[in-house]
Design a protein around this ligand. Structure first.
Ligand SMILES: Nc1ncnc2c1ncn2[C@@H]1O[C@H](COP(=O)(O)OP(=O)(O)OP(=O)(O)O)[C@@H](O)[C@H]1O
Ligand SMILES: [Mg+2]
Length: 120
């Protein structure tokens, strides 16, 4: 059981970031699998990678390395909220030049006690 339309925001944010990272030419792979009691979705791009000095800040609200007007710095924190708070999962990443991998882990058999949708 999952909140499908909320998860669509997650995939959109991660794929948007991958598209930005490859600057128009490159390769983006989306993969899915099951690991133990988790559904795993990963999005991998072959862009230049995330510099080590900014890796610890990725999930901070409004943290962006993009030009004013092209990034608000909210995509990952919103995605993390949906995955962690709403589904009890986690987002992890690893990055080096030429390969950045975001992995979303969602538990399969979870007790259904997620909070209701926030009011708009
Ligand atoms: N695949 C990636 N490759 C390289 N850097 C990335 C990647 N994904 C995220 N980042 C870095 O993480 C930062 C934060 O990402 P986040 O999605 O939260 O915000 P944003 O993309 O800058 O703006 P937006 O709110 O429009 O999504 C980005 O500005 C970028 O520096
Ligand atoms: Mg983004």
């Amino acid at each position: 059981m999952a909140y499908g339309s909320e998860l669509n925001q997650v995939w959109t944010n991660l794929i948007d970031n991958a598209i930005d990272a490859v600057h128009g030419t490159g390769k983006i792979c989306v993969g899915t699998c099951q690991e133990d009691n988790q559904v795993v979705v990963e999005i991998v791009d072959d862009g230049s990678g995330i510099p080590l000095e900014v890796q610890s800040r990725l999930f901070e609200p409004f943290f962006t390395t993009k030009a004013v007007g092209s990034g608000t710095g909210l995509g990952l924190i919103i995605s993390n909220r949906i995955v962690a708070d709403r589904h009890g999962g986690e987002i992890e990443f690893e990055s080096r030049p030429g390969e950045t991998r975001f992995k979303v882990r969602l538990p399969i058999n979870r007790d259904q006690s997620a909070p209701p949708s926030p009011k708009p």
